[in-house]
Design a protein around this ligand. Structure first.
Ligand code: NAD
Length: 439
């Protein structure tokens, strides 16, 4: 076989994994139907922003460890085929499997006349039972038999955008939903070339592997919404400060200190969609999911805390100059899918405010949505200049270096809403400083 591995779908997960595998000496084929994306990758220009991705991409292509194709039929040149296509939400929140269905049909057709044994790896996030449907599709279109002519395993991805390369090479764990010893051996032989020796591999059934991914993300989302709920309480009590509560409860090993930051809520392409998909899946099973519904309700309303402050301090917003620092859904990425910044901008424009924004790398993505209805700055100082309120929406490191004197010198009125608790309340108390979870 020409390639060890193929990735079907070169988005955040597919491209990050492809360059990491190639860097470990694996012969990789990357396939995507998006010609524009493929064109950029061929020109060694990663369509996604991730630390070290361009360097790895250049190295992999120059060393001929990564090849590219827009033809799905080319996957038959690889022994192991990873499915890394998107699994977005439908309008009702349930998972939309159109890309998975199309790709599994096309793979089925492609492997029809091939003699070799393949393993198809479901890396995309899919609700329990989906892999069975993928197998049905593969059998239907190839005329071949699962476990005899090909194997299917589930290997959910846990990488965090902004740290995708590091997470792909050094994950905390690898989960493998697997039914046969043969597939286990094939996957183990691949993974031992990529991951550290003592990496915990969790072997389980395909359905459990599918559910592990949803349980993982839904619990992280729950921690965030829980802390935002505590923040709302802290804001109403004298001297309340959610940061002090976070620091204390984070010392409890049973809780751990991560994902306890109160803020304007979570966004991105995973948490909102995965929580919604798990709710919709529970509904099919007649299982009450009030717990996750509350996680979403808190998250959907959390950004309104900004407008509570604005109403109180500025009254009607028509003609008021508001600056926004941070647009991406989290730092170190230019991804704005489901970003909180978009909701805030929309509401500010509805209220006829004059909006100026700055993000170190995501300005252009927001320009594609809001065009000329807002203005874009090339640095934080020019963004806050002349504004009557500055809202910190994403906790980019560079914003932390802004000092109270910068806001006083540059803003028309130094009113700050720290939506991510990046500033010290002691240093900022001479300004009009409002922060999530600060009473
Ligand atoms: P993405 O939208 O960035 O990329 C998906 C890619 O698949 C696109 O480039 C699209 O053109 C391509 N594609 C669609 N149909 C195709 C087909 N038939 N053949 C070839 N290519 C095709 O998605 P993503 O963010 O990389 O997510 C992929 C999956 O991984 C999703 O299920 C997601 O939930 C999961 N996941 C994502 C992350 C993350 O941080 N983005 C983390 C963990 C898991």
């Amino acid at each position: 076989m020409e390639y060890d591995v193929a990735f079907v779908g070169l988005g955040y997960v597919g491209l990050s994994s492809a360059v990491c595998f190639a860097d470990r000496g694996i012969n990789v084929l990357g396939v995507d139907i998006d010609a524009k994306k493929l064109g950029m990758i061929k020109k060694l220009n990663s369509p996604i922003h991730e630390k070290n991705i361009n360097e790895l991409l250049e190295k992999s292509i120059k060393k001929k460890k990564l090849s590219l194709s827009k033809e799905l039929k080319d996957v038959t040149k690889a022994k192991i085929i990873f499915l890394t296509v998107g699994t977005p939400s439908r309008k009702d929140g349930s998972i939309d499997l159109k890309y998975i269905n199309q790709a599994s049909k096309d793979i089925g057709i492609a492997i029809k006349n091939v003699q070799e044994y393949f393993v198809i790896v479901v890396k995309s996030t899919v609700v329990p039972g989906t892999t069975l449907r993928i197998i049905e599709n593969l059998e239907k279109y190839s005329g071949k038999k699962n476990s005899i002519d090909f194997g299917v395993v589930v290997n959910p991805e846990f990488l965090q955008e902004g740290n995708a390369i590091n997470d792909s090479l050094k994950p905390d764990k690898v989960v493998l939903g697997i039914n046969s010893e043969k597939d286990k051996k094939i996957m183990f032989n691949l993974f031992k070339k990529i991951y550290r020796k003592n990496l915990p591999i969790v072997y389980t059934t395909p359905s459990n592997a599918e559910l592990i991914k949803y349980a993982n993300n839904s619990l992280l989302a729950t921690k965030i919404s829980f802390m935002n709920y505590i923040a709302r309480i802290a804001e109403q009590i004298p001297d309340g400060d959610v940061e002090e509560i976070k620091n204390a409860i984070g010392m409890d090993k049973r809780i751990s200190e991560s994902f306890l930051n109160a803020g304007l809520g979570f966004g991105g392409s995973c948490f909102p969609k995965d929580v919604k998909a798990l709710i919709a899946f529970s509904k099919e099973l007649n299982i009450n999911s009030d717990i996750l519904q509350s996680v979403l309700t808190i998250n959907d309303t959390q950004f309104m805390s900004v407008f509570n402050v604005l109403n109180k301090e500025l009254g009607a917003l028509e003609g008021k100059k508001i600056s926004i620092l941070g647009l991406s859904f989290k730092p170190e990425t230019d991804d704005i899918r489901d970003a909180i910044s978009l909701k805030i901008i929309k509401k500010l424009l509805d209220k006829k405010a004059i909006v100026k924004v700055y993000d170190p790398i995501a300005n252009n993505n927001v320009k594609d949505i809001y065009g000329k209805s807002i203005s874009y700055s090339s640095n934080s100082e020019s963004c806050i200049k002349g504004s009557e309120c500055c809202i910190i929406v994403t906790e980019w490191k560079e914003f932390k270096s802004l000092k109270p004197k910068d806001f006083i010198r540059l803003m028309k009125r130094p009113l700050i809403i720290d939506g991510r608790r990046i500033f010290s309340k002691k240093k900022f108390n001479k300004l009009e400083y409002h922060a999530i979870g600060l009473g």
